[in-house]
Design a protein around this ligand. Structure first.
Ligand SMILES: [Zn+2]
Length: 184
């Protein structure tokens, strides 16, 4: 990776040997190993020992999970908030595992749509809930920095599975997410 970055620096007209850039290939490699560390994990490993049998049949909501990912088209960051909810059927996930799941999938090269469905699908498969809903609101540096879109424009994506496809469940989810925003 360091050689590649050295070449990249030369390619854009820089001097990779000047003081400020000497350590850059090394720093870049470390940063990128971290930002793409989600490839080392998989959902089974992550959720191991965190599935619980409970008698709870109301909606579970974890909102405003911060995430940082890299768009696979430009290798530039996109970041924002992720809201995850599900309606359990006998099994629940450890709450912290939901945030870890978001982290695992966001530390890979992504498109926002796939990130959204991967989180929803994984929860749907692992604990067979009655339904899952995931909403992601994000800002993409490839849009903001290149001036393709207006500043502060946000992209929203959602994935609704099972009973979350029903209007009343979907509305309850959206209402909980929006109300959380109003009270902040
Ligand atoms: Zn992009």
């Amino acid at each position: 990776m360091r050689d590649l970055i050295r070449k990249l620096l030369i390619e854009i007209g820089e001097d990779p040997d000047r003081d400020g850039l000497k350590g850059t290939p090394n720093r870049f490699e470390q940063a990128w190993r971290f930002l793409t560390s989600g490839y080392k994990d998989d959902a089974d490993k992550l959720l191991n020992n965190a599935l619980f049998e409970v008698k709870y049949d109301e909606m579970v909501l974890v909102s405003d999970i911060d995430f940082y990912s890299l768009c696979e088209h430009h290798l530039l960051p996109f970041f924002g908030k992720c809201h995850v909810a599900y309606l359990p059927d006998k099994k629940v996930l450890g709450l912290s595992k939901i945030a870890r799941l978001v982290e695992m999938y966001s530390r890979r090269l992504q498109v926002q749509e796939r990130l959204t469905t991967q989180i929803a699908q994984t929860i749907f498969e692992k604990i067979s809930p009655l339904g899952v809903g995931v909403i992601i609101e994000a800002q993409h540096m490839c849009m903001l920095m290149r001036g393709v879109e207006k500043q502060n424009s946000r992209a929203s994506t959602s994935s609704m599975l099972g009973c979350f496809r029903r209007p009343e469940t979907r509305m309850e989810f959206l209402d909980l997410v929006l109300n959380g925003k109003r009270s902040r």
